[in-house]
Write a protein that binds this ligand. Sequence first.
Ligand code: HEC
Ligand code: HEC
Ligand code: HEC
Ligand code: HEC
Ligand code: HEC
Ligand code: HEC
Ligand code: HEC
Ligand code: HEC
Ligand code: HEC
Length: 426
Amino acid sequence: MAFLRNKLRPFRAARYAGLAGLVVLAACLGYGQSHGQITNSCLDCHSTLPDPLGVSQEKFSQDIHAQKGLTCASCHGGDPTSDDADQAMSRKAGWKGKVDRRQIPQLCGSCHSNPAYIRQFNPSLRTDQLDQYRTSVHGKRFAAGDTKVAVCTDCHSVHDLRSPRDPRSTVNPVNVANTCARCHADTSYMKGYSIPTDQFAKYSISVHHEALAVRGDLSAPTCSTCHGNHGAAPPGVDKVQNVCSNCHAFQAQMYEKSTHKKAFEAASLPGCVVCHSNHGIRHPTDAMLGTGPDAACMRCHNPGDECDQARAGLLSSLRRLDDANKSADSILRVAESSGMEVSEARLGQDQARDSLTKARVTIHSFRTDLVDQDIQAGLKIAAQNLQAGKDAMVERNYRRLGFGISVIAIGIVLAGLRLYIKKIES
Ligand code: HEC
Ligand code: HEC
Ligand code: HEC
Ligand code: HEC
Ligand code: HEC
Ligand code: HEC
Ligand code: HEC
Ligand code: HEC
Ligand code: HEC
């Protein structure tokens, strides 16, 4: 390789000489940055080296730092104008040597914690990542000497590090779960720690994963939405377990005022997570209020006690409105398919269904009187619509009868007419 390099040198020298004037001109015009590409001896040489020393031109061109005009030397130091390895990578030229894992947060932070520096490129980019990182379990353990926890490059990659907004970034919301899973779902890597390794498996079957990854709903959370990108918890949330209220405000409002909130807090139980879990959250069904395998209440309450009776009351209220809605829906559907005009009642059923949805939110007060207000409102609408459906069916039957009679009458007239014509002909 060195041989080839030496052979190429005269050609390069000629090219550089020719370019020199142009380069001076470009520099005057403020295009000095692009000149950096031409003389990046680090990249020239390392793009020819095998892994782990190799960094290809193709890979590095994807890197946000390269795109913003930074070079290898911006992070590693050294002299990128020298083709000579010893000269380029000399301590005298500021080369920092092999990057020790223990230096990485400090290295990234040397720019990213410097507001004056970052502002030159992007005034809206935050500069608290390193400070935040230090408050996380990763950062605390790292400071205590544990180098297996995540450092900046484990989540962000290196040399092809992209902006989080790029869909191919390892920290784009769509890819975050896989990035965390590289460690957290690896039982052998996590051996020696006392935490489970099922977060990814559970998250993968959750309503949140379904919404985000399958339906592309970016308002649904991934790992870092709940845990924070860098800190121990997202901004404005004291504990991860309280993050649910950020998005599920109505349920949270009800829960806030409930006896459970106080009782759970006193017992250090994690709020919403007690009934819904944290990673494997599924679509809630009425079975949660039942006594079967999905029961959420019977873990704590005893059959027949006051709370169990309240539970049974809540369940039967929901069922009553659900049944009323189904009856109204079904008769209206039949009426409509027989050509009756019931669009107003069918539209009205949306309101009755909304009442049921509202009742399932109000459940979080765990008070039968409050839930019954929603149920009663829904029942009233459903009853009206059921009546509208019934009336339409009576009308339909009446019309069918009328139609039958007229068909028979017409038949009789036609038969009479035929007899009459025959009589005239004969
Ligand atoms: C002519 C080829 C050549 C040039 C030019 C060159 N390097 Fe290297 N670099 C190497 C080789 C070969 C090694 C491995 C040497 C060793 O292990 O001692 C290396 C090692 C490194 C390492 C340490 C990797 C490790 O894990 O040990 C870093 C970082 C590095 N180079 C960065 C740079 C930077 C930055 C520049 C430009 C300022 C640069 N290199 C210029 C060939 C080159
Ligand atoms: C944004 C900062 C940054 C830039 C720019 C950068 N590097 Fe690195 N480089 C790092 C960090 C951090 C590591 C250590 C990665 C790790 O251990 O996970 C590293 C590791 C390396 C290694 C050692 C690889 C290994 O696995 O041992 C080499 C060689 C290297 N860089 C060369 C380059 C070259 C050549 C360029 C330019 C094409 C470059 N770097 C640009 C930050 C940077
Ligand atoms: C020499 C200074 C410097 C170093 C060292 C550095 N960065 Fe950067 N980084 C920048 C600049 C400048 C930008 C471009 C900011 C912009 O214009 O959006 C940037 C952009 C980024 C972005 C994209 C931000 C966005 O939202 O667009 C991420 C992520 C990032 N850097 C992470 C890292 C990590 C991780 C490290 C350590 C391996 C690191 N940086 C080291 C200067 C640096
Ligand atoms: C545990 C994984 C993880 C670690 C460790 C990590 N980051 Fe991040 N980083 C993320 C995620 C996730 C995002 C946000 C992606 C998004 O905006 O959706 C992010 C975003 C960023 C951004 C873009 C601006 C912002 O704050 O949203 C920068 C810059 C950045 N990180 C730098 C760093 C630096 C510097 C370190 C090390 C001190 C670091 N990161 C460590 C996961 C991580
Ligand atoms: C390089 C491997 C690695 C990556 C990548 C990684 N982690 Fe970790 N994480 C660890 C290790 C190791 C621990 C320490 C385990 C412990 O706390 O006992 C840890 C601890 C944690 C903890 C604290 C657990 C506790 O309560 O003790 C949380 C929460 C966490 N990580 C979330 C994440 C999230 C979210 C991501 C992705 C954005 C992520 N991690 C990426 C290795 C990693
Ligand atoms: C909907 C919010 C949410 C999402 C999404 C989420 N977590 Fe969690 N996670 C929690 C809560 C709440 C806890 C319990 C925290 C506590 O007890 O303080 C937790 C606990 C943890 C722990 C500690 C060990 C444990 O299992 O109890 C780790 C590690 C962890 N999560 C990693 C992840 C990873 C990796 C992902 C993505 C695959 C993820 N989390 C997605 C909310 C979430
Ligand atoms: C970043 C916002 C966000 C956070 C944080 C969040 N969720 Fe969600 N959640 C959503 C979205 C979006 C959906 C999908 C709604 C849909 O199906 O249309 C959802 C769905 C749900 C569902 C299923 C609703 C249904 O009708 O099927 C439950 C239950 C749920 N989340 C509970 C929680 C719990 C418990 C937490 C806290 C551990 C939490 N969520 C944290 C946004 C969030
Ligand atoms: C004591 C158990 C319990 C607690 C605590 C709890 N929930 Fe629920 N949650 C339920 C039950 C029961 C249902 C209704 C299931 C059904 O009938 O469909 C439900 C339904 C839901 C639904 C979907 C149904 C809907 O349309 O509203 C969401 C979203 C939800 N809960 C979020 C939360 C949030 C956020 C918290 C914390 C603020 C929380 N839950 C606390 C038991 C609980
Ligand atoms: C983790 C244990 C736990 C779970 C799970 C649980 N509860 Fe409770 N519940 C309590 C405690 C503790 C209290 C307050 C102490 C008391 O008054 O008995 C309470 C109180 C109540 C009350 C009285 C409320 C009031 O305003 O006075 C009702 C009703 C109730 N729970 C219903 C339910 C229903 C319905 C579910 C299932 C959706 C449920 N609970 C799940 C522990 C639990």
